[in-house]
Design a protein around this ligand. Structure first.
Ligand code: SF4
Length: 331
């Protein structure tokens, strides 16, 4: 597919993105197969929007985020940032794209160099990307630290001198330093104490409002996603199986896998009775995914056609995109 048109260009367009990891065996390390971590994923994210990717661990959501940012090479597909081809960019164009597209990792401790003060770490990024020089570097470092709820003197401290929540604020400040427009937030609160998770979520929301940021928010926690997201994409075995506007998704999920995920969220109102859908079996190996619908080995509604025909992600009248033969019967 070609680049989106110049009018109403989404901030990010992902088209048929694929990331396969080779499986090597034997003394000669021959490639004997592939793990299809991301397998034909397409979606758009518009300016100021938070698009959440959800699914169980290993479904490919983090690999999708990293492949979009070229932290790992894509096997195929296309990514456009404001109409610019990300996967084909090089030189000055790629340098510009790297400034505009940042990531906040799950584990703030391993995301920071333990031997550098946070001021030195953020300053290095500013210099490498020629965002600031000389005295401006310190000014900018202190500005982003304060903007993220820290103090300017924190720039002299090392990562181990911070609490987990403060470290995640440092990681967010580092992402913010280059003045990005698009941020991949990859499970940004799952390594933190529950008591401080909401502070980081509030910070991400404040920054989004202040700087018109667009987020790809990756999470396995559907309660947090309900709070953060504008639209939700559900991944299973490297594929998107449902995409919907948040309210519609939580009101009436259409894919059986989405229904099972949502049935597991606790409800705060004790008068509301909710039936938990227990899925049978484990997630199949992405190295050897099932034929037809990838969910057919666990789906409570499986039909014969599901075992042989792969359902396409198609739009419904309510605006959901769903990959399921129940919703879009094969004719
Ligand atoms: Fe279940 Fe079939 Fe729909 Fe897959 S296509 S989710 S197996 S009903």
């Amino acid at each position: 597919m070609s680049a989106p048109g110049v009018t109403d260009v989404p901030v990010l367009s992902v088209r048929d993105l694929r990331k396969y990891f080779p499986i090597r065996t034997g003394v000669l390390s021959r490639v004997t197969g592939h793990v299809k971590a991301v397998d034909g994923v397409s979606f758009d994210i518009h300016a100021g929007e938070t698009f959440a990717l959800v699914g169980e661990s290993g479904c490919g959501k983090s690999t999708t985020g990293r492949t979009i940012l070229r932290l790992t090479g894509a096997t195929g597909g296309e990514v456009f940032y404001q109409g610019e081809d990300v996967l084909g960019a090089s030189g000055e164009r790629m340098r510009r794209l790297r400034k505009a597209m940042q990531i906040v990792f799950q584990d703030p401790y391993s995301a920071l160099n333990p031997r550098m003060t946070v001021g030195a770490a953020i300053g290095e990024i500013l210099r490498v990307h020629r965002k600031a020089a000389g005295a401006e570097v310190r000014e900018r470092v202190e500005e982003v630290l304060v903007r993220c709820g820290l103090e300017s003197y924190h720039s002299w401290r090392y990562p181990h001198e911070f609490s987990g929540g403060q470290r995640q604020r440092v990681v967010i400040a580092r992402a913010l330093a280059l003045d990005p427009r698009f941020i991949v937030a990859d499970e940004p609160i799952s390594a933190l104490d529950v008591s401080i998770q909401s502070q980081i979520i509030n910070l991400l929301e404040e920054l989004q409002d202040s700087f018109q940021l667009t987020y790809l928010f990756i999470s396995h926690d559907l309660s947090v996603v309900r709070h953060m997201a504008d639209r939700v994409g559900v991944m299973y075995l490297g594929k998107l199986v449902e995409v919907a506007e948040k309210r519609e998704f939580y009101r009436q999920p259409l894919h059986p896998y989405s229904q099972a995920l949502l049935s597991a969220i606790p409800v705060s109102d004790p008068t509301v009775k909710k039936k938990r859908i227990i899925l049978q079996g484990d997630v199949p190996s992405p190295a050897n995914p099932p034929s037809g619908c990838p969910f057919h080995t666990r789906c409570p509604y499986v039909m014969d056609v599901c075992r042989t025909v792969s359902p396409q992600l198609l739009q419904t009248e309510t605006g959901h995109q769903v990959a399921c033969h129940l919703v879009h019967p094969v004719t």
